[in-house]
Design a protein around this ligand. Structure first.
Ligand SMILES: *Cc1c(COP(=O)(O)O)cnc(C)c1O
Length: 341
């Protein structure tokens, strides 16, 4: 397979159109057989439920070339389950989990020429999503839906080295206590655009959202979960019903405990405790873990001992272990790696 002529190491996290995408349509109560197509454009009603009422949810995962030249994806079964959970909360039909995995495999296979080579640091980002496609003006769920999977090659997250992030406490809320924070819905991102643009304008990389009810507990950022390391080496992650259950975070917590032998805790984390932690990281598919160096709470700074130049030692160990598993350098726990070819 001849790879595309792309400068893999200098790719950004941006959209590049690849050759094929998977499409399946839901109509009259059933999904059709689905197929790969070339057309990247979508034509839908001006009154489509997704356009008027944001009835849409999505997933994000990556395909990697391993050290021995295989193409693999990481835990796609968990993305399939999470898309099912999101769809149910948004009154959308479930796309069957085994079909979700099959669609991911077919789309990656069809775009093999865009899967970055091992060692480039780049990966093929996979975006499955679905939306209500027919006209709806009175507020109710659509009757017709489209499920799609497209791929786009993305560059190394830490281009030019790791740079710990500076984040701020947000004055805006991300997710209401019994709202939709736990599902991967476009609507959670629409409302985060204003606070993230504002954060960037003020020189911050991300927003730390606190629980809206009491403003005392750590939730997450707009698109990544928190991991903290205590001074005595326990790994702590916030527990809340309004956090999106990150697959990266769940995998890191497993690896921390079962592979590396750390003590781990998933529990409510009060913002008051954060100043006493030794390390802080943000986890998600894009970066695996990005270290946080500094948190700004309305002008009052918390500076982690790991500093602004490198990952803390425990964060680094977690990062190396999980990326080692994803790239096939380390043995993966049973069922974590789906080999495409
Ligand atoms: C997607 C997402 C994450 C990260 O989840 P992964 O499965 O690890 O990629 C974290 N927070 C939010 C709000 C997200 O949408």
């Amino acid at each position: 397979m001849e790879k595309k002529n792309i400068d893999w190491a200098n790719l950004d996290f941006g959209y590049i159109k690849t050759d094929k995408r998977y499409v399946s349509n839901f109509k009259d109560g059933a999904w059709d057989d689905g197929c790969l197509i070339e057309d990247d454009q979508i034509t839908i009603s001006e009154c489509a439920c997704v356009l008027q009422y944001a009835q849409t949810c999505f997933e994000g995962l990556k395909a990697y070339t391993t050290e021995d030249g295989r193409i693999v994806v990481f835990r796609p079964d968990l993305n399939a389950q999470r898309l099912e959970d999101s769809a149910k909360r948004l009154e959308m039909p479930v796309f069957p989990q085994e079909r979700f995995i099959d669609a991911v495999v077919k789309t990656v296979e069809a775009n093999e020429a865009y899967v970055p080579p091992y060692g480039s640091g780049a990966t093929l980002y996979i975006r499955p999503y679905m939306f209500g496609s027919n006209a709806v003006i009175g507020v109710k769920p659509a009757d017709e839906y489209q499920f799609r999977v497209f791929t786009t090659p993305v560059g190394p997250y830490f281009k030019g080295g790791v740079k710990p992030l500076t984040i701020r406490i947000s004055d805006y809320d991300r997710a209401a206590p019994h709202g939709t924070g736990h599902i991967k819905a476009g609507l959670n991102y629409a409302m985060s655009l204003y606070p993230i643009v504002d954060a960037h304008e003020k020189g911050f990389d991300e927003n730390m959202y606190l629980d809206p009810a009491t403003r005392t507990k750590v939730e997450e950022t707009g698109g990544a979960n928190f991991l903290f390391v205590t001074k005595d080496g326990t790994i702590v992650t916030p527990k809340s019903n309004s956090i999106l259950p990150s697959i990266t975070r769940r995998s890191l917590m497993y690896v921390a405990k079962e592979v590396l032998g750390y003590k781990t805790e998933e529990r409510e984390v009060y913002f008051d405790e954060v100043k006493d932690f030794a390390e802080c990281g943000l986890c998600g598919t894009a970066a695996v873990i990005s270290p946080v160096g500094k948190i700004n709470d309305h002008g009052k700074e918390i500076c982690f001992p790991s500093g602004m130049n490198e990952m803390g030692p425990v964060t680094k160990k977690l990062y190396d272990t999980l990326t080692g598993i994803q790239m096939g350098r380390l043995e993966a726990p049973e069922g974590w790696i789906k080999v495409i070819k």
